[in-house]
Every structure is written in C-alpha cells, then in structure tokens.
Write a protein of this length. Structure first.
Length: 279
C-alpha cells in the first residue's frame, strides 16, 4: 500500500554528517520527510547537504548549537516555531510543519530536548521544556488529529531503553522525574497516571511507535557514545522517538533503526529512526 516514509536523526552537525556519509545513506533510504536535530548550521549548509529537498529550519539563539529542521520532498504547507511561554528560549529546539498524508492533514514536529545535567540550571531548562512539551502534545493530539513528534528527546523512558540503566538512575536522561513526564505523555488519555517518581497526572494518550512496534525488548537503541566500545557492544540508549497520535499510530507499517554496519561507517553518534505510515 502507498505510504509516507518519515525518518528522524540527530545529525550532530549537518556539515560533518554530510561529509561523513549521510548523503549516501539518504540516497538509498527512500525517505519522504526527514526531521533533523543538532543541525548546528545555517540554511546554506542545509541546502548544500540536501540538494533537491525543501526544508524549514529554526536556528538556535547561540550560533553553532542545537538547531532543528524538517526536510521534505514536497514543500510543507505551513510551519511554526512558537513553543512554550514567551520568556522561554526554545529557539533551535522545536519546529512544526504541516503536510498531507493522502487527503488528511498531518503535523510533523522535529524536537530537540535539552540533555540536562542533574541538579543544575541546565536541568531547570529541561524541566521547563518538558512542561511546554506536555502542553503542546495536549493541543496537537485533540479531536483525532494526525500528528507526529519526532526527535532526540534525551530521555530513556523505561529500563528497556538503556543498556546500563542501573548506572544511570541518578543521571540526566534517566531521572525518575524525567521518565514520569513520558509516563503521562504515553498514558491512557484522560486517565490518572502514576509516574515512576510517585507523582500523579493526566495521561495524554500518545503512542511510542518504537515500543509499540517492537514490544518488550531491549532497545532497539538509537544512540551510542563515540568513545570506547559502546557501539560495538550495543551499549546504547533509545532516546530518539516517533511519538504519534493514536489515529496516526494505526497507520504504521514498519519501523526500523538504521544502525550503521560498523563503527567506522557512522556519520553521527545517533542512528536514523525510520517509519512508514500508510496513506
């Protein structure tokens, strides 16, 4: 059946990714919409790396940091970067674009959540972002909409999502409070959800496509440190997501992590996450 192939990847700098093999992967991947995080460049760098593609792009306030984009074979119908309260700097971390899937409107988001650092101002910024994230999910997911939030969300939701979860329980990315946000994001819509940190909130009903597709298995991981033997030992984290509204999740045909065949074939420390959605 006809499908729309959507991939997300943290490129860890678009210029370096293009030099190191991203273009070759993309030529063969059959992707229709590509969401990118940590672009760390300007429009001209995206144009050079993605010839023939159209894109929308939001640079970070600080040059050479963050940056999100959505590239597509056909132009987006509209795009938005407004996110969170007016006094919150989300530049380079959230961009939305509207497309059609068949004859239905589809909103696609490229999001780059702060990595954070426990008990520091960096983590305070992450809490603010996750608060705004939940608010926007509630808005995007109303009335049976087709919406998809993709990106490097820098949180491993469950123990299945991190190889060395025991050693990371007090570190940013696997803090109980961070994981509890995802308990609410993915909890049954409108019901009372108890988070892993003991808090209680209302479920938003979004679907973690990767977990739904693969079930109760370790990973599959999407990020591995460039240091040591993490990649070769598959000692990774699953922090790159497709979060879909239920109506869109019903259209999933396939999901895979495009993990490089070998360490020296990597062009980012993240692997693309590729999903086909039926028209």
């Amino acid at each position: 059946m006809p499908h729309l192939r959507i991939a997300t990847v943290n490129v860890n700098g678009i210029r370096a990714a293009a030099r190191n093999g991203m273009s070759s992967w993309l030529d063969d991947a059959g992707v229709d919409i590509l969401t990118l995080q940590e672009v760390r460049g300007q429009d001209e760098h995206l144009e050079a790396a993605l010839p023939g593609w159209t894109f929308v792009h939001d640079e970070a306030t600080a040059k050479g940091r963050a940056g999100v984009a959505i590239a597509s074979r056909t132009p987006a119908l509209a795009s938005r970067t407004d996110f969170g309260p007016d006094d919150f700097d989300s530049k380079g971390r959230w961009i939305e674009a509207d497309f059609l899937i068949g004859d239905r409107p589809l909103t696609v988001v490229s999001a780059y959540v702060h990595s954070g650092e426990a008990d520091t101002p960096k983590q305070d910024e992450k809490w603010k972002f996750l608060d705004a994230f939940g608010t926007r999910l509630g808005e995007l997911g109303s009335d049976g909409a087709l919406a998809l939030v993709t990106g490097d969300l820098n949180v491993g939701h469950r123990e299945l999502d991190i190889k060395n979860w025991r050693g990371n329980r007090k570190k940013a990315g696997f803090l109980p409070r961070e994981r509890a946000y995802f308990d609410r994001f993915l909890g049954e819509a409108g019901t009372e959800v108890s988070g892993v940190d003991g808090t209680v909130g209302t479920g938003l009903g979004w679907i973690d496509v990767g977990r739904k597709f693969h079930g109760e298995v370790d990973g599959p991981y999407t990020w591995w440190s460039m240091r040591g033997q993490a990649f070769d030992n598959d000692s990774g984290w699953r922090i790159d997501y497709h979060l879909a509204t239920p109506a869109l999740a019903e259209r999933v045909e396939s999901y895979h992590v495009a993990r490089a065949a070998a360490y020296d074939q990597r062009w980012s420390d993240h692997a693309p996450v590729v999903v086909d959605y039926r028209y």
